[in-house]
Design a protein around this ligand. Structure first.
Ligand code: HEM
Length: 453
C-alpha cells in the first residue's frame, strides 16, 4: 500500500468516487476500465481501491524495469495473501531464498527437451477426448470447446509432471472445486486491504472446495511415496530432493504447496488460452482456412509429432495472437520494498503494483489496431519492429512462467490435432462475455458444432 502523498501525486490517475475510489468502474468492466485508464493517463496510473492505492503498470519500459532490471526491489507482496491460502509457499507465491531454491530444483522437469518427449502422451490425451465427443457430434449437439479443454489439460499436467492420472469423474470434482476457489480468490486479491480476520461471504464454501482439491493432491503424493523410484518427473524431483547442508528431505507441507501451485497455475490457464483460440478462429474464417492449409500440408492427416511442431509456424502465430488479446493471467502483482524511479515518476516504498499484460498488449503505441486479431503480427519481421517487453503473456525475467514451454507445446498439439479433425462452428446467437476469476475466460464457454473433416 502506498504511503507518501507528495510523491504519489506525481503519478497521474483518476480521482474516483469518495471512499471507494475506482472500485465501481472496475467492478463494471475491469479490463475495459484498465485499458481506458492506461490510454488516458499513460503507462503508470495511480488508482484508488477503497482505502488502498495501487499502481497500474503497462508501459513496456516500466514492466522491464520492475521484472528484470530492478527485480530485487520487488516481491509478490500482500496482494497475493488470498492466493497463498491456496498454494501456501508454492513457487507461484514464494519469494527470496525459498523461491530460488525451489525454482532451481523444479526447472529440469520443464526443460524443452524433456517435454518434447511427451508429445506422444499429449496427442493420446487429445485423441481420447475427441472420442468422448463422438456421441454429441452424432446427435448434432454442441461441444463446449472451453469446457472440454480443462480435462485435457488436467490429464496432460498430471501425466507429464506427476506421472499419474485421475478418472473422469474425479476430474469433474477437481474442476467444480477449482471454479469455487478461483472465484473466491479473485475477490480476496482485490480486497487485499481488508484484514483476513474480517468474515467474507463464500469463505466457508471456498475452504470446503480447497479441501476437495487437497484430498486429490495428497492422494497423488501418497501413491508416489509408496513407490518412490526416480521417474525423472517433477514429483520425483520434489520427493527425492535433499538439502545440501543437512541432507533432509523436503517437508510434506512444501511438497503439497508445490504440487498445488503447479496444478492451480497450470491447467486452467492453458485451457482458457485454448478456449480463446477456438473462439477467435470462429470469428476469423480466413485465419482458420490458413491454419487448415498449413495442417494439411505439414501433417496430411497424421497426429503431430515433436518434429512437426517447428514447421507449424502459422499455428504458433495464431496461439501467440490469442495470448496477446486474451492473456489468461491478464494481471499479476508486485509490491516495492524501497522507493524507485520509473521514467519521470517516483514510486513510493511499499507500493502495490498491478502489472497488466492485457493492457500492454492493447497499447496503440506498440500494437497498431490493437483490438484486431492478426496472427501475422508474429511474423519475424514484425516481431523485430517492437520492444520485446510489449508482449509478456507468461511474465518476464526470473519469475517468468515455469510452465511456458509446456503450455505452448501443448497448445500447438491440441490446436493441430483438433483443427485437422473437425470443422468448427460457434452456435448461433452466442454472445461473448469475458469473465475474470484470476484466469480470464469466456463466461459462456465456447459451444461449437463439430463436423468431422
Ligand atoms: C497459457 C498458459 C499460462 C499462462 C498465460 C501463464 C502465465 C504466467 C505468468 C504471467 C506468470 C508470472 C507471474 C508473476 O510474475 O507474478 C506465471 C508463473 C508461473 N506459472 Fe504460468 N502460465 C501458464 C501456464 C502454466 C503452466 C502449464 C504451469 C505449470 C504446469 C504454470 C505454472 C506457473 C508457476 C509455478 C509460476 C510461478 C513461477 C515462479 O514464480 O518461479 N503456468 N505464469
Amino acid at each position: 500500500m502506498a504511503a507518501h502523498p507528495s510523491r504519489e501525486a506525481v503519478i497521474p490517475g483518476p480521482r474516483g468516487y469518495p471512499l471507494v475510489g475506482v472500485i465501481p468502474w472496475l467492478a463494471r468492466d475491469p479490463f475495459g476500465y484498465l485499458v481506458g485508464a492506461a490510454r488516458n493517463y499513460g503507462g503508470l496510473v495511480r488508482l484508488r481501491l477503497g482505502p488502498a492505492t495501487v499502481y497500474l503498470v503497462s508501459d513496456p519500459a516500466d514492466v522491464r524495469h520492475i521484472l528484470v532490471d530492478n527485480h530485487v526491489n520487488y516481491w509478490k507482496g500482500p496482494i497475493l495473501r488470498g492466493i497463498k491460502l491456496i498454494i501456501g509457499d508454492g513457487l507461484f507465491g514464494s519469494d527470496g531464498q525459498l523461491w530460488q531454491q525451489q525454482r532451481r530444483l523444479m526447472s529440469p522437469a520443464f526443460h524443452r527437451r524433456r517435454l518434447t518427449e511427451m508429445v506422444g502422451v499429449m496427442t493420446d490425451v487429445v485423441e481420447a477426448a475427441a472420442v468422448r465427443w463422438n456421441d454429441r457430434i452424432a446427435r448434432k449437439t454442441p461441444v463446449d470447446l472451453l469446457e472440454e479443454m480443462a480435462p485435457i489439460n488436467i490429464e496432460i499436467v498430471l501425466r507429464t509432471l506427476f506421472g499419474t492420472s485421475i478418472d473422469y469423474c474425479e476430474i469433474g470434482k477437481l474442476r467444480a472445486a477449482s471454479d469455487i476457489i478461483f472465484h473466491h480468490s479473485e475477490k480476496l486479491v482485490f480486497s487485499f486491504f481488508v484484514p483476513m480476520r474480517v468474515p467474507r461471504p463464500g469463505h466457508r464454501r471456498f475452504l470446503a472446495a480447497l479441501s476437495v482439491v487437497d484430498e486429490i493432491v495428497e492422494r497423488i503424493i501418497a501413491e508416489r511415496r509408496k513407490d518412490p523410484a526416480d521417474r525423472g518427473d517433477l514429483l520425483s524431483m520434489l520427493l527425492l530432493a535433499r538439502d545440501e547442508g543437512s541432507g533432509t528431505a523436503m517437508d510434506d507441507r512444501q511438497v503439497r504447496d508445490e504440487v498445488m501451485s503447479i496444478l492451480m497455475a497450470g491447467y486452467e490457464s492453458t485451457a482458457a488460452a485454448l478456449g480463446w483460440t477456438w473462439y477467435l478462429l470462429s470469428q476469423h474464417p480466413d485465419a482458420d482456412v490458413r491454419l487448415q492449409t498449413e495442417l494439411d500440408s505439414v501433417l496430411g492427416g497424421r497426429v503431430p509429432s515433436s518434429q512437426d511442431l517447428p514447421r507449424l509456424i502459422f499455428t504458433r502465430q495464431v496461439i501467440s495472437e490469442s495470448l496477446r488479446l486474451y492473456p489468461p493471467f491478464p494481471t499479476f502483482f508486485r509490491t516495492s520494498h524501497g522507493s524507485d524511479r520509473l521514467g519521470p515518476h517516483n514510486l513510493p516504498p511499499g507500493a502495490a503494483l498491478i502489472i497488466s499484460p492485457y493492457v500492454t498488449h492493447r497499447l496503440p503505441a506498440h500494437w497498431p489496431n490493437p483490438d484486431v486479431f492478426d496472427p501475422t503480427r508474429f511474423d519475424p519481421d514484425h516481431t523485430a519492429e517492437r520492444a520485446s517487453e510489449a508482449y509478456y503473456p507468461f511474465g518476464l525475467g526470473q519469475r517468468l512462467c515455469i510452465g511456458a514451454n509446456l503450455s505452448l507445446l501443448e497448445q500447438q498439439v491440441v490446436v493441430a490435432t483438433v483443427a485437422q479433425r473437425f470443422d468448427r462452428e460457434l452456435v448461433s446467437g452466442y454472445v461473448l462475455e469475458p469473465n475474470y476469476d484470476i484466469a480470464l475466460r469466456p463466461r459462456n464457454g465456447v459451444p461449437m458444432m463439430l463436423t468431422p473433416r
